[in-house]
Write a protein that binds this ligand. Structure first.
Ligand code: CDP
Length: 249
């Protein structure tokens, strides 16, 4: 099991740009099309659509409607199956996450008390968390911006499938930004810390933060948490134990 935080901040920025280019060609119009398909029920199972019908509802030509579906498919947001009298479409996991992220933006606009509860089981990483958390370039900022000195490490959680999907809602919550920095040898990327409390079977602990290397919300199964104390000790956690992370502002 790798540490997501450690792994991702080590990536060169070129790689990061490349990763972010997935979804190219998907703009506002394609997103509106994706939303319409989800409203038609294409989120949990496949839904049948005809280009003519879609074109009419999008107030666009058949050709335009067809191109939008193609772009959504190319970007991996939609799966399609051409049948004799139209096509069966279904949102992919990435497609759903894209809409979730939109939804999170609207929550942020209209709701002041955004929060999300994520469930996962405790896992062991490769000891990378300790290394990154204790780098002075990060540690000084943690102390100043989080108001505590984190325990040297990250508690790794493997999220349930449902929580992997819900994770995108975190973008409705304003994170504490830890700036990137560099030393003589390399650069270290920024990290975003989302305020959270951690609930185990033995009780609840705060303050804590979910730490993520990017603000984008890809489907990551791993969640990493930092806190002033060793959560395994204070909450009596062992590998395989389930915890709920309440992320909220
Ligand atoms: O990567 P790995 O899980 O091996 O470890 P680490 O990030 O270096 O953290 C050291 C140990 O402390 C691990 O067992 C973490 O699960 C644990 N930890 C904790 O219980 N509470 C924290 N706030 C941070 C880490």
């Amino acid at each position: 099991m790798h540490s997501t935080f450690g792994m991702l901040i080590r990536r060169e920025s070129l790689l990061r740009c490349m990763a972010e280019s997935t979804g190219q060609g998907v703009g506002r119009d394609e997103l509106a099309t994706l939303k319409l398909l989800a409203l038609d029920g294409a989120l949990d199972e496949s839904a049948k659509v005809s280009c003519a019908d879609l074109a009419e509802r999008l107030d666009a030509s058949n050709q335009t409607a067809s191109r939008r579906l193609q772009r959504l498919e190319d970007a991996g947001l939609l799966a399609r199956d051409i049948v004799s009298d139209g096509q069966e479409v279904e949102l992919t996991g990435d497609g759903e996450r894209r809409l979730q992220s939109e939804y999170a933006d609207y929550r942020r606009i209209f709701e002041s008390d955004a929060s999300v509860d994520l469930t996962g089981v405790v896992t062991s990483g490769m000891g990378e968390g300790r290394h990154y958390i204790t780098l002075p370039g990060y540690m000084e900022q943690f102390i100043e911006r989080l108001g505590y000195e984190p325990f040297a490490g990250t508690l790794n959680l493997e999220l349930t499938a449902e929580s992997v999907r819900k994770r995108a809602r975190m973008s409705a919550i304003e994170p504490v930004t830890i700036e990137g920095w560099e030393d003589d040898e390399r650069t270290y990327g920024p990290a975003y810390c989302y305020p959270a409390s951690i609930e185990g079977s033995d009780g609840e602990y705060e303050p804590a933060h979910v730490i993520a290397p990017e603000r984008t919300h890809h489907g990551e199964e791993q969640l990493e948490v930092i806190a002033p104390e060793k959560l395994r000790d204070v909450l009596e956690l062992a590998d395989g134990d389930e915890v709920i992370v309440h992320v909220s502002e």
